[in-house]
Design a binder for this molecule. Structure first.
Ligand code: IMP
Ligand code: MG
Length: 184
């Protein structure tokens, strides 16, 4: 009945996530200060939980904004097409921008976002990704901070979905084969 019944394996536990997110926050605190007033750009929807936890470990004054891009349909494979579904509310010209992303797979989404945001003239542009799947990389993107490297498997939880579900799981896990087979 519950979501948890669809989980085959936990890859990263809730404790491991929380510990690592705090460490990422401390690392980011080394780089920015109050005067920088960095703007955290949360890539919707997957990064919303990561952003919520990360922002509470940041010591400097900062703001958040949201952007949604599409690179996937409801399935698990990238279409290679990136489209802006929701753009930032504000100009980032002269701002210190930190992109907060859930997972880097092929790298297409972030490569597109970084290129796009760079044309808007930010003072600096950095990337913090919770997860990275290096085995799947097709486009090279420079990541300033990465939480965990994960194997080449489709993962869910802590904001990441499969067909819009499983975002609320407090850990990162892999679903049972039959779940992907059903609607993928
Ligand atoms: P990329 O453009 O191939 O790097 O794909 C990045 C986007 O695809 C991420 O922002 C996620 O939203 C989604 N994605 C890639 N791999 C996974 C996964 O294993 N689970 C859930 N979403 C994923
Ligand atoms: Mg995403």
């Amino acid at each position: 009945m519950g979501l948890q019944d669809d989980v085959a394996r936990v890859l990263i536990t809730e404790d491991e996530l929380q510990t690592r997110v705090a460490e990422l926050g401390w690392a980011i605190n080394e780089v920015y200060n109050d005067d920088d007033r960095p703007l955290l750009v949360c890539v919707l929807k997957g990064a919303f939980i990561f952003l919520a936890d990360l922002t509470r470990h940041l010591a400097m004054r900062h703001e958040v904004d949201f952007m949604e891009v599409s690179s996937y349909g409801a399935g698990t494979e990238s279409t290679g097409v990136v489209r802006i579904l929701l753009d930032l509310e504000q100009s980032i010209e002269g701002r210190h921008v930190l992109i907060v992303e859930d997972i880097v797979d092929s790298g297409r989404t972030l490569a597109y976002m970084a290129r796009n945001l760079q044309t808007r003239g930010p003072a600096s542009l950095r990337i913090c990704a919770l997860l990275s799947k290096p085995a799947r990389r097709e486009v090279d993107v420079e990541l300033d901070w990465v939480g965990f490297e994960v194997p080449n498997e489709f993962v869910v939880g802590y904001g990441l979905d499969y067909a819009e579900e499983y975002r609320s799981l407090p850990f990162i896990g892999v679903l049972k084969e039959e779940v992907y087979a059903k609607s993928g």
